[in-house]
Design a protein around this ligand. Structure first.
Ligand SMILES: Nc1ncnc2c1ncn2[C@@H]1O[C@H](COP(=O)(O)OP(=O)(O)OP(=O)(O)O)[C@@H](O)[C@H]1O
Length: 248
C-alpha cells in the first residue's frame, strides 16, 4: 500500500455458507483512477464491491478506506451504485435523490437543493424529475441510481456494472461523466464483464474464482501476451492459461 492508495484490501477471504467466493485476495487502488474489476459471471466482483463498501464483512483479512476501516460515521466518503438499481419505485426522481442526500447526511437547505438539481441534470433526467421511478425505463432507472450514489459528492465511488443494459449513446455519456469525476480526483471502482468498459479504465484487475489473476493498465495487460493482435479478451484468457500452467 502507498500513500496514494485510497482502498486497500489485505488478504481478504469471504464465504457464503460453505462457498468460498473471495480467496485471500489483496488489492490496492490508487486515488483518482477509474479502476476496473473484470471477470466472468460468478468471479466474485459484486461480493468484492460489497466487501469494500462495508455491506459485507470479511471472514479473514482487512479492508481500509483512506487508511481506516469503513465505519458508519465515515460511510459518506463512499458512494455505491448496486448492480440492480435500488430506488424507491413510488417516489419521484427528485424525491429519490433527496432521500439519498438526506441519508448521506446532507443538511437540508439551498445547497442540498442545488446539488440535487445538479445531479438530476448530470444524469439527464431533468425532464423526468417529477416522474415516479416505476414509470421510468430501465436505462433511466439506472441513471437515477447513479444520481443517488453521487449526490453527496463522495471521493470514492463503487459502481457495480453501471453500464449493463445501456444503449451505446448512454454508455458514452456515462463514461464522459466518469472521466470528469476522475479528472476532479474522485476514484471509481467499476465492476464489469464487458471489454468496452475495460478499455476505458486506467487500471484493471482480472478476477477469477475470487482471486486477482492479473493487474495492470489495459495496455500493459495486452503487451504481456506478446501477441501484437491481442485484445483485452485475449489478455484475460492468456492470464487464465498462465495461472493453470503455474499450478500444473
Ligand atoms: N447472497 C448469496 N448467497 C449465496 N451465494 C451467493 C450470494 N451472492 C453471490 N453468491 C455466489 O457467489 C459467487 C460470486 O458471486 P458474485 O455476484 O460476487 O459474482 P460476480 O463476479 O459479480 O458475477 P456476475 O458477473 O454474474 O454479476 C457466485 O458463485 C454466486 O452464486
Amino acid at each position: 500500500m502507498t500513500a496514494n492508495d485510497v482502498v486497500s484490501v489485505n488478504n481478504v477471504s469471504f464465504k457464503y455458507g460453505h462457498l468460498k467466493v473471495i480467496d485471500e485476495l489483496s488489492l490496492d487502488i490508487p486515488k483518482g483512477q477509474a479502476f476496473g474489476l473484470l471477470g466472468p459471471n460468478g468471479a466474485g466482483k459484486t461480493t468484492l464491491i460489497r466487501l469494500m463498501s462495508g455491506l459485507l464483512q470479511p471472514d479473514q483479512g482487512a479492508i481500509r478506506i483512506v487508511g481506516e476501516p469503513l465505519t458508519r460515521q465515515r460511510s459518506s466518503i463512499i458512494g455505491y451504485m448496486p448492480q440492480t438499481p435500488s430506488v424507491y419505485q413510488e417516489l419521484s426522481v427528485r424525491q429519490n435523490v433527496e432521500f439519498f442526500a438526506k441519508i448521506y447526511g446532507m443538511i437540508e437547505g439551498p445547497r442540498r437543493k442545488s446539488r440535487v438539481d445538479e445531479v438530476i441534470k448530470i444524469v439527464d433526467l431533468w425532464e423526468k424529475r417529477d416522474t415516479s421511478a416505476h414509470e421510468l425505463s430501465g436505462g433511466m432507472r439506472q441513471r437515477l441510481s447513479l444520481a443517488c450514489a453521487i449526490v453527496h459528492n463522495p471521493p470514492i465511488i463503487f459502481l457495480d456494472e453501471p453500464t449493463v443494459g445501456l444503449d451505446p449513446e448512454l454508455r458514452v455519456h456515462f463514461w464522459d461523466y466518469f472521466r470528469k469525476l476522475t479528472a476532479a480526483g474522485h476514484t471509481l471502482i467499476i465492476s464489469s464483464h464487458t471489454m468496452d468498459d475495460a478499455t476505458h479504465c486506467d487500471c484493471l484487475a482480472f478476477l477469477r474464482g475470487g482471486k486477482v489473476i492479473a493487474r495492470g493498465s489495459p495496455c500493459d495487460l495486452i503487451i504481456a501476451t506478446s501477441d501484437p493482435k491481442a485484445n483485452l479478451e485475449d489478455a484475460f484468457l492468456y492470464f487464465i492459461r498462465k495461472g493453470a500452467e503455474n499450478h500444473a
